[in-house]
Design a protein around this ligand. Sequence first.
Ligand SMILES: *Cc1c(COP(=O)(O)O)cnc(C)c1O
Length: 510
Amino acid sequence: MPGSATSGLSFQPSLIFEQGSPNRHGASLAPDDLPEVDAKSAFGKMAREVPPMLPEVSEPEAVRHYVRLSQQNFAIDTGMYPLGSCTMKYNPKVNEWAARLAGFTDLHPYMPDELVQGALELMWGLERGLAEVCGMDRVSLHPAAGAQGELAGLMMIRAYHQAQGRDPKKVLIPDTAHGTNPASCALNGLQAVAFPVGEDGIVTTEALAPFVDDDVAAIMATNPNTVGLFETHMPAIAELIHSKGGLVYGDGANLNALMGKARPGDLGIDVMQFNLHKTFTTPHGGGGPGCGPVGYKALLDPYAPVPVVEQQDGRFVLDYSSRPASVGRLRSFQGNFGMMVRAYAYLREMGAEGLQRATELAVLNANYLRIRLGELWHVPYDAICMHEVVISDRHLKQTGVTTMDVAKRLMDFGFHPPTVYFPLVVKGAMLIEPTETESLQTLDEFVDAMKAISDEAIAEPDFVKSAPKSTRLRRLDETRAARKPVLRWTAPETPREPSSASGETAETRP
Ligand SMILES: *Cc1c(COP(=O)(O)O)cnc(C)c1O
């Protein structure tokens, strides 16, 4: 019962992080008959002076420790995760199977092209598939994140201008944009210039025109944008920018709302990134590996990152040399290959119709939530949305309960909170992205939870303000957690005393 989950966790031995006791062990290997080695003479300065003092644990203790830690995390495999703009959708397990096939995992990145034809063919096929989905001529699979895709795209734009003897410095960015957009400009020596979106949440040529001059290198447009709305004026915006010699960068992180319906390349966009870890079902969150391929029109091909997979006489090769003006190499080897396998498997499973259907359901689910939540919550942009919807905490103003409290309380109901306080243009924003993978039943449960929290906020605001009640840890110092994360186990100062031999036998027995 979520509403009554106030029990708190009393002392339980299994919740202690520190485990084990000296001389306890979990492996049962035959005794070795190898000669003793003098560490000093074998390893010189590398030899340890003090033993590492790692925890010594039995096998069940090790298993329980890691399983318990995994259970303390929220995951898409345990519940709805409507974190707007992040597209936390279900990742079909068959894609994991494909990525783990030994023929892929056992490859070494330095193997010669002729021994890795299958992998190169997969990269080629993925490039063709993604190019088709977004209406671009080519796609570089290198970048390891959406943000690195942005960086790559802007580097190509800069190289394009410089090749024409120009070096315009401004990049126009609407004030609803994701924070990585201005950051990518700064990393590239470009100047991010914010401009306001219109009343209805989208970019208009009227609002944009005063900012467009000869010093504009590009506009960065997110479509659908981060308030979940489709940019209906995209072709006119692109025409305006192109008329001054600028290029159009498309932030394609929200492709989950476009696949099979509209192609950025057809809307005037010259270069864009994909987020395979959002739309194309690689598990993400918690800083796991990413893959942010960049799609581009032919005019940017001379500047594409190298190497590029090319087809020559029916064979696939990694081409390093035929683009002397390339922006160069963006990362080691060929990018996060396992994610390419997952994305390729997903594209092949879904086919054109499947992708289209996923888009339709993602948009339908978001609009269902817009209508149902709108019965109680404030919906700032009351128009048909795409794959995500923004609501705010406005109706709770009198109660003192805020978006942060609502987010914390949602965890007691078994839901991951939505994105909070973003987009910045909406006060007390919650950006909710249900994705196509949630059922009507789950969406209704989410609406019920949001209604229950609203009722609680009005009846008993302090209760909501002290949520969560049922999680392993309660309200955390989020700033310290982000700025000073403790990610490493550190050994105790003094070595532990070994226990007696009899104690050891008792403890190692499962
Ligand atoms: C997620 C996201 C990005 C950044 O992608 P990363 O892979 O996290 O670097 C950029 N723009 C938008 C709109 C996003 O949602």
